[in-house]
Ligand binder design. Sequence first.
Ligand SMILES: [Zn+2]
Length: 125
Amino acid sequence: MDQTLNLEKLKAKLEAEKILLQEELSGIAHQNPKNPKDWEATPTETGETDFNDETADRLEDFEERQAETIPLEKRLANVERALVHIADGTYGKCEICQGPIEMARLEANPEARTCRQHLDQETAR
Ligand SMILES: [Zn+2]
């Protein structure tokens, strides 16, 4: 079985995804200056103190942004981790069993951290 991965191709994919995710995140959140991996949802507007319908809408907006930020932030962290693994030569190994991750899975999802069998055991970062 040939498990040779087209690393250059996957790396290019990951880098493109990283830029996309960062762009998407910048639209709804900002990086914590003390921890660049930590993204915080940006309030739609600030300076308004009167609580009216508009404020309620903005609060709702903010909550939506927070809900959207979390999965994007997680994907970005996985993409960055995959790029680190490519650089140090440990890319494509399942984090649970250390076995090779299926090539088809990596092609579809280059930031995958586990093989198909251990899909639901992916650890939180
Ligand atoms: Zn596994």
